[in-house]
Design a protein around this ligand. Sequence first.
Ligand code: ATP
Ligand code: MG
Length: 268
Amino acid sequence: MNSLIELDDIKKIYPTGDTAVYALNGVSLNVGNGEFVAIVGQSGSGKSTLMNILGCLDTPTQGSYYLNGEAVATMDDRRLSEIRNRQIGFIFQGYNLIPGLDAIENVELPLLYRGIPRNQRRQMSKAALERVGLKTRMHHRPAQMSGGQQQRVAIARAIAARPPLILADEPTGNLDSRSGMEILNILRGLHQEGKTVILITHDNDIAASSDRIIRIHDGQIVADTSRETCAAPRGAKNIRAKSESASSFEKNPQDTLAFIGAKLSGVR
Ligand SMILES: Nc1ncnc2c1ncn2[C@@H]1O[C@H](COP(=O)(O)OP(=O)(O)OP(=O)(O)O)[C@@H](O)[C@H]1O
Ligand SMILES: [Mg+2]
């Protein structure tokens, strides 16, 4: 299996007062195309820090990160934006939906700023919302939906443009077990389509539904266990886009949302 993600000796050190915080302390990790990986650890163990680095939202203090063979440290802002907008679907714990927009408008927003024509983006957004079981909630605003439904809108927004890599930070953290299972089923379905899914959780039961469990403790990987079934499914896609036109990445709301997410998790 070719490596989509290669991290080598990644450290993230925050200088705070007298003592430095080692949020990540020497993380080395390879993830292949089409894998479904859970990253599990207690609160404060470094999961969100790792996700923000994986999602090119934050840079490590030390160590190297190759994404599909390309050194992330050498990417300029435009390339980073391009990767975040086109290659990665972010699902944040806090949903990050825009309150004044209804479900379909929330899902459409990143597509709008990518310059996708109206009809096409409506159709893509509808398909994504149907995919997550929200056909009858397309015109509801976030405040008119349950937590699980809002999380599903956030998933629809992440998958509408069909990015090959999905990063989900505690996507079931705020949900009851039934809604959590629905979210997990959606993630499993995405994996079966060939997407690479990285699921961050503190919950061992949630992690058990993945093919590979990576345990993180105090900024270090302490276990990495695979099941036999973790081979990439047929049709697994390569993250590199076939063609990438440079259209107003600075204004892309998905990028903005990703940035907000990073802000919310306090790493930027
Ligand atoms: N901006 C920052 N400045 C200083 N320390 C930070 C900063 N961001 C994170 N940390 C510290 O880094 C460590 C890892 O934080 P991180 O947010 O990655 O944990 P986590 O595993 O995602 O936790 P949780 O499950 O609570 O979300 C924590 O000890 C945290 O206090
Ligand atoms: Mg976190």
